[in-house]
Design a protein around this ligand. Structure first.
Ligand code: PGA
Length: 248
């Protein structure tokens, strides 16, 4: 079963609306093949995504949502509002959310549920820390995160999973192809245990210091279905370079 190859940009808390406009003006001139891209950008820039991306069939959304539908939750964004605004996807459970903002698997699972209720495709992030890898706990940790994150999910709807070893994010220390493939195979098996064939139809992205220079070798294995890209996605050249060097 062929799975979509996806290159997802995670801009994190970078760029203002003007910089976002400049990026999309340049990026959209550079290629006509857009169907493989997704953009996760901060809420203050979502109107720029709304202006540029739908007519190019590019998926886009927020880097986080709150799990309640609406109410007195100062500072939060709802799946309902995001969906009404036209977003197609949402990033959930990124390690920076888990570590800096203490997001638990329980919260992640509630966010996945509300995202699906409002027709947003969740991109669910899992990944081990360096001490966890050194302790030989990688498989255990990522299976636990994945299963807990999906405990309220409707598995008949599309989901995307991103394997992002925490030690590889923003560090320049990319996982080896073997490490990434092993994790992706583990996640695929865990998905198959939750629902027959779910692992075969679900795109699993790798994230953590992906750049144009390492995109080829990381995209070669059939178990790696694309990338979640932070730093290198901030320039049109970086993002397009990853696309151009990927084999899919
Ligand atoms: P990075 O970030 O590409 O800068 O390592 C990836 C991510 O956090 O999604």
């Amino acid at each position: 079963m062929s799975r979509a190859f996806i290159i997802a940009a995670n801009w994190k808390m970078n760029k203002g609306p003007h910089e976002a406009e400049v990026f999309f003006e340049e990026f959209l001139k550079g290629t006509e093949r857009f169907e493989n891209y997704l953009f996760f950008i901060s809420d203050i820039n979502l109107h720029v995504a709304q202006k540029y991306l739908p007519q190019n069939n590019i998926g886009w959304g927020a880097q986080n949502i709150y799990f309640e539908e609406e109410g007195a939750f100062t500072g939060e964004t709802s799946a309902k509002a995001l969906s009404e605004f036209g977003a197609t996807h949402v990033l959930i459970g990124h390690s920076e959310r888990r570590q800096i903002f203490n997001e638990s698997d329980e919260w992640v699972s509630q966010k996945v549920k509300v995202a699906q209720q409002f027709a947003l495709t969740p991109v669910i992030c899992v990944g081990e820390t360096w001490p966890e890898r050194q302790a030989g706990e990688t498989q255990k940790i990522i299976i636990k995160q994945l299963k807990a994150s999906l405990q309220r999910a409707d598995l008949s709807q599309k989901i995307i999973v991103a394997y992002e070893p925490v030690w590889a994010i923003g560090t320049g220390q990319v996982a080896s192809v073997e490490q990434a493939v092993e994790a992706h195979k583990t996640l695929r098996q865990a998905l198959n245990q939750l629902k027959p064939d779910l692992g075969e139809i679900t795109s699993i992205l790798y994230g953590g210091s992906v750049k144009p220079e390492n995109a080829k070798e990381l995209s070669d294995p059939k178990d790696i279905d694309g990338f979640l890209v932070g730093g290198a996605s901030l320039s049109p050249q970086g993002l397009a370079g990853i696309y151009d060097n990927s084999s899919f």
